[in-house]
Design a protein around this ligand. Structure first.
Ligand SMILES: [Zn+2]
Length: 395
C-alpha cells in the first residue's frame, strides 16, 4: 500500500491532461479520473478526506493526518494535472520500468513527487509516529495552466472562513512537490504575461498610402522591446539564486489578408520576474519605455498570467529543518533557486512560508519520453515522512 512506485504506476496509468486553455474534450482531459482514484483510495483506507470542486470537473482533494496537541501543521502539496501528450514517443499512459527509471506522462512532473507524498502520508497514518506535526495533503488541479486549484486553496485558507475544513487557516509550512533532484528550491522566478495591441486604418493594399499599417507600428514596438530586453539584465541586480529578470516576445498576430492594409496587430509578452519585483511596476516600466520610443498609440491588456516569484525571505528556518531531514536519508543537499514557477510562490505571496522539494529533474518534465528515477521517488517518500516528524518541533 505504501510503495510509492506502485502508487506512481497507478497515477501514470490514469490520464489527467490539462488542455491548457484549448477546447478539448475526452476521457484523458482534466483531473476527474485521478481525483476519483484518490478519493477511492482514502475512502478504502478510512482516511478523512475532502473533495472541493473549484470548477466543473476539477476537484482539489485534501486528506488530513491529525496529531492532537501539535501546534504545527505541515501542508504537502502536489498537482494532479500533466501537460498534453502531443509528440510523445512512448505510450504516455502505460507506465514502464526500465534501467531504474519509470517512463510515462507525468512520471517526473509531478506524479513521482505526488506518489512520494501520498506514500509518506499513508505511512504517517499507519505508523502514527509519536512526534509528528499535523499533516494535510493537498492534491490540487490546474497547475500547468491557470493555477485554479492552488489559487482557490490559498484564497480560502487565508479568508478566515475557509471552505476547506482541513485548512481553516494557513499551515505553518508548505512543501510543494516539483522536480528538484532532491535539492530544496527556496527561490524561483515568476512570470507576468500580457498582450500589447497596435491599431491602424485598413484600406486596399493597392493604395497603402491611404491607410495606417498596424503591423508596421507593431514592428517598431517589437524592435523597441528587443532593445529593452537586451538592457534589462543590466538594469537591475540579478537575484543571487534565480538570476536576472528577462523579457521575451513570444507571439504575434495581425492582418486579415495580403491585399488589405492591416488595422490591428497584437503580441504576447513574457516577462520573468525575480523576487521583490511587483507586476504593476514591471508592466509600467515597459509602457514608459515604449512611450518614449514611438509617437503613436498602443494599448496594454491586463495581464493574463501574473505569477509571483518565490522569495527566500520566509522559508529559511523551515528549509534548514528540511536540510536535516534530507541529510538523515540521502546525505547533504543544498538550497537552490530555479527559473521555473511553482505553487510555492502563490502560498508565499499570501505571507506563508513555502519551499519546493521533489524527485526527478526538471529537464525531463514535459518531454517526449518523460521519466523519473525510481530510487529518487523512494528517497523523496522517506524524506517527506521524516520532515513531517522533524517539523513537529517547529523551526
Ligand atoms: Zn509540475
Amino acid at each position: 500500500m505504501f510503495d510509492p512506485i506502485r502508487l506512481l504506476k497507478d497515477m501514470v496509468a490514469i490520464p489527467s491532461v490539462n488542455p491548457m486553455g484549448r477546447d478539448l474534450t475526452g476521457e484523458e482531459y482534466f483531473e476527474t479520473k485521478l481525483s476519483a482514484y484518490l478519493a477511492d483510495l482514502f475512502r478504502r483506507e478510512g482516511i478523512p478526506f475532502e473533495a472541493v470542486a473549484v470548477a466543473p470537473g476539477r476537484t482539489n482533494i485534501l486528506a488530513k493526518c491529525e496529531q492532537p496537541g501539535s501546534p504545527i501543521t505541515v501542508l504537502l502539496d502536489a498537482h494532479q494535472d500533466t501537460v498534453p501528450v502531443d509528440g510523445m514517443i512512448i505510450p504516455p499512459y502505460e507506465p514502464r520500468v526500465e534501467g531504474g527509471r519509470l517512463y510515462g506522462r507525468g512520471s517526473c512532473d509531478i506524479k513521482g513527487g505526488g506518489a512520494a507524498m501520498l506514500a509518506a502520508f499513508l505511512r504517517l497514518v499507519k505508523e502514527q509516529p509519536k512526534n509528528r506535526a499535523n499533516v494535510v495533503l493537498s492534491l490540487t488541479v490546474d497547475e500547468e495552466s491557470t493555477s485554479l486549484g492552488i489559487n482557490h486553496l490559498v484564497e480560502q485558507m487565508t479568508s478566515g472562513r475557509s471552505v476547506y475544513k482541513f485548512l481553516p487557516k494557513p499551515p505553518d509550512i508548505s512543501v510543494v512537490a516539483e522536480p528538484t533532484l532532491l535539492d530544496i528550491v527556496v527561490a524561483h522566478r515568476g512570470a507576468v504575461r500580457w498582450q500589447i495591441h497596435t491599431s491602424g486604418r485598413a484600406c486596399h493594399s493597392s493604395r497603402p498610402q491611404d491607410g495606417i499599417n498596424a503591423i508596421y507600428r507593431m514592428a517598431k514596438l517589437v524592435s523597441a522591446l528587443e532593445e529593452f530586453a537586451a538592457k534589462l539584465p543590466g538594469s537591475k541586480p540579478a537575484h543571487r539564486l534565480c538570476g536576472p529578470a528577462t523579457l521575451s516576445v513570444g507571439l504575434i498576430n495581425g492582418g486579415l489578408s495580403v491585399n488589405v492594409v492591416p488595422d490591428h496587430c497584437v503580441i504576447d509578452i513574457d516577462r520573468r520576474v525575480i523576487p521583490r519585483e511587483v507586476s504593476e511596476s514591471v508592466i509600467a516600466d515597459v509602457f514608459n519605455y515604449l512611450t518614449s520610443k514611438v509617437d503613436f498609440e498602443f494599448t496594454f491588456d491586463p495581464p493574463f498570467i501574473c505569477s509571483p516569484a518565490l522569495d527566500d525571505d520566509l522559508n529559511g528556518p523551515w528549509s534548514d529543518v528540511m536540510l536535516k531531514s534530507i541529510a538523515k536519508s540521502v546525505g547533504p543537499k543544498t538550497k537552490i533557486g530555479v527559473a521555473y514557477g511553482t505553487h510555492a510562490s502563490r502560498i508565499a505571496a499570501a505571507g506563508h512560508p513555502a519551499f519546493v522539494f521533489g524527485p526527478g529533474d526538471i529537464a525531463q518534465a514535459h518531454t517526449k519520453d518523460e521519466w523519473v528515477e525510481i530510487e529518487q521517488v523512494r528517497q523523496a517518500a522517506e524524506i517527506y515522512f521524516q520532515f513531517c516528524c522533524d517539523a513537529a518541533a517547529g523551526c
